[in-house]
Design a protein around this ligand. Structure first.
Ligand code: KIV
Length: 298
C-alpha cells in the first residue's frame, strides 16, 4: 500500500513519494485509472459530462475494495452511526468515532477523494467549533475534504472552514441530522416554498466555495434544475438521473442491510445471503468436525 503525493506532468505520474521512499512510476495502461481524484478533477468531470461515482465506506478492508474498483469519491458518512454502530439515527456518532472510521479508510485509499461527514453538533451555530472539528478531521485522519448538512443556516461554518483551505461538500434536501425537525424520511422539497429555498441554498453554497453538493431524496426535476444552475458537481441520492453523479450507502447497495428498502436503492449484490450461507456452512463444518481437514493443520 503506497500513500503519499502523486506528481503529474501532462497526466503522467512521475513518481510516488511515500514517506521518504520513491516508488516506480505506474505502467502506461494504468495511468488513467490511477489518476488521483481531486476536487479539480471532479469539476472537470462535470464540465465534460462524465458521471461521478461516489460510495460510502467506513473501514480499511471495504474502502480498499471500493477504491481499487475505481470509485471516484469515498464518503465516510455519518451513516456509520446506522450501519456500523446500529443507532436509529445519525445523531449519536461522535467526532472521535468519525475520525477513527476516516483514518481507517484513508489508510486503504490510493485514488479516490475521501470526504468525511462532520457529525451532528460539531458545526451548527458555532463557526469556530466548526473549523476546529474540520481541522481535527483533516489532521487526524488524513482525509481530503469534509461534508456538512444544511444551507443558509450553516453558511458561516462553511465559510470559516473554507477559509482554512479545507474543501467543503454541501448537503441539501433530506438532511438526516435534522430528522427530528422533519419528523419523517419522506421526499423533501415537493412544495414550491421548500424547493425555492433549496435552489437558493445551492447557489449560496456554491458562492461560498463548496466544491460539490449532495442532494438527497428530492424530486428528480428539481435536482436536475439545481445541477444545471450551479457550476459545481451535484451528487444525488434518490434525486434522479439529471445530476452530475450518484452516491449510495455501500452496505445498502451490497445487500448487507435488508431492512432499508427505499425506492431509489438499487441492490448490486445479496451479501446478506452470501454471508449467511457462508457462516452456516462454517458452523456445519465445525460441528461435524469436517473443519479443519488434514490439509488445514500443521
Ligand atoms: O452519511 C451518509 O452516508 C450520507 C449519504 C447518504 C449521502 O450522507
Amino acid at each position: 500500500m503506497i500513500r503519499g503525493a502523486v506528481y503529474w506532468t501532462s497526466q503522467r505520474p512521475m513518481a510516488i513519494v511515500s514517506f521518504g521512499r520513491v516508488s516506480q512510476p505506474m505502467a502506461q495502461n494504468e495511468q488513467k485509472d490511477a489518476r488521483r481524484i481531486t476536487t479539480h478533477v471532479l469539476q472537470e468531470m462535470k464540465a465534460g459530462g462524465q458521471p461521478i461515482a461516489m460510495l460510502t465506506a467506513y473501514d480499511f478492508s471495504l474502502a480498499g475494495l471500493v477504491d481499487s474498483a475505481g470509485v471516484d469519491v469515498i464518503l465516510v458518512g455519518d451513516s456509520a452511526s446506522n450501519v456500523m454502530a446500529g443507532h436509529e439515527t445519525t445523531l449519536p456518532i461522535t467526532l472521535d468515532q468519525m475520525i477513527y472510521h476516516a483514518s481507517s479508510v484513508v489508510r486503504a485509499v490510493q485514488r479516490a477523494l475521501v470526504v468525511v461527514d462532520l457529525p451532528f453538533g460539531t458545526y451548527q451555530g458555532n463557526t469556530k467549533g466548526a473549523l476546529n472539528s474540520a481541522i481535527r478531521i483533516m489532521k487526524e485522519s488524513g482525509a481530503h475534504a469534509v461534508k456538512l448538512e444544511g444551507g443558509r443556516e450553516v453558511l458561516g461554518s462553511v465559510e470559516r472552514i473554507l477559509s482554512a483551505g479545507i474543501p467543503v461538500m454541501g448537503h441539501l434536501g433530506l438532511t438526516p441530522q435534522s430528522i427530528y425537525k422533519f419528523g419523517t424520511y419522506v421526499v423533501r422539497a415537493r412544495e414550491e416554498a421548500e424547493a425555492q429555498r433549496l435552489r437558493e441554498d445551492a447557489v449560496l453554497l456554491e458562492k461560498a466555495g463548496c466544491f460539490a453538493i449532495v442532494l438527497e431524496k428530492i424530486p428528480a426535476s428539481l435536482a436536475a434544475e439545481v445541477a444545471q444552475s450551479v457550476h459545481v458537481p451535484v451528487i444525488g441520492i434518490g434525486a434522479g438521473g439529471g445530476v452530475d453523479g450518484q452516491v449510495l450507502v455501500l452496505h445498502d447497495m451490497l445487500g448487507i442491510n435488508q431492512t432499508f428498502n427505499p425506492r431509489f436503492l438499487r441492490r448490486y449484490a445479496d451479501l446478506h445471503k452470501v454471508i449467511t450461507e457462508a457462516v452456516s456452512a462454517y458452523l456445519r463444518d465445525v460441528r461435524s468436525r469436517d473443519f479443519p481437514s488434514d490439509d488445514e493443520q500443521y
